[in-house]
Design a binder for this molecule. Structure first.
Ligand code: ATP
Length: 237
């Protein structure tokens, strides 16, 4: 059974149809990437799943249980964690405070100590900087705080909106390696990315989105070898 299944999602901003009948799924331990140009609807898709944008007529299930229309603050209790573009962390607080805020959902409180140890082993750099004010950290470190905080909510599926944005090539590589490890630990990951090259390297599967519609899908390897994908996203030809 897929961990999360999205069927026939459409979403509009006024008259503008941003998503038009999108269906996709992500399994446990599966990393799925969404590739698309600016304005294709990628962020909107994650916001719909996160309960931040309504999608009347569509259906979303988590482990077979319907979560369509569940408000954002309750979605996290069903095991979905969103790391938004721009990260959504608290700059004036320390790393430790930001991480502990992530453990607020009822599903995560009991396992707070264990999850903190897991996050700090995944991101040793955060372990060294638990008392640092987040605002003073580099972009890559702040992204790690954002992902770490999402993991503190004990999710089954992690939604990531362009986590590599603004990171140096080395930081990018490190980030993608960590995402692969999180997937290997059994979580489902739905990753929206501009960095097609790096993300297809670690993705099990991917979808192409264009003007709010899914126009292609395949394994990471198949997409990487597809001439149309190479032209549109990998800078070939
Ligand atoms: P990018 O890669 O540039 O972030 P995206 O694929 O994430 O793009 P979305 O942010 O989902 O795209 O936007 C899809 C479409 O919906 C765009 O045409 C955008 O202008 C429009 N849109 C997004 N948010 C709003 C909003 N709050 N009000 C009106 N239109 C919006």
């Amino acid at each position: 059974m897929p961990m999360i299944e999205i069927s026939n999602i459409s979403a509009s901003y006024g008259k503008h149809l941003a998503l038009d009948g999108v269906s996709l799924k992500v399994g446990s331990g599966e990393l799925v990437v969404i590739l698309g140009a600016n304005g294709a609807g990628k962020t909107t898709l994650l916001k719909v799943i996160g309960g931040l944008v309504p999608a009347p007529g569509g259906r979303i299930t988590m482990a077979g249980k319907e979560i369509t229309g569940v408000p954002a603050h309750d979605i996290v209790e069903s095991g979905v964690a969103l790391v938004p573009e721009g990260r959504g962390i608290f700059g004036e607080m320390t790393v430790r405070e930001n991480l502990l805020l992530g453990a607020f959902p009822a599903r995560a409180r009991e396992a707070e100590v264990r999850n903190l140890a897991m996050v700090l082993s995944l991101f040793p750099r955060l372990n060294e900087r638990l008392r640092q004010t987040v605002r003073t950290m580099s972009g890559g470190e702040q992204q790690m705080v954002a992902i770490g905080r999402a993991l503190m909510s004990a999710p089954d599926i992690l939604l990531l909106d362009e986590p590599s944005l603004g990171l140096s090539p080395i930081m990018c590589k490190e980030l993608f390696q960590i995402l692969a490890r999180i997937r290997d630990a059994g979580l489902g990951i739905l990753l929206v990315e501009q960095n097609a090259k790096q993300s297809l390297k670690i993705a099990d599967r991917g979808y192409l989105i264009e003007s709010g519609r899914i126009v292609g899908e395949g394994t990471g390897a198949a997409l990487k070898g597809d001439p149309a994908v190479q032209r549109a996203y990998l800078g070939a030809g």
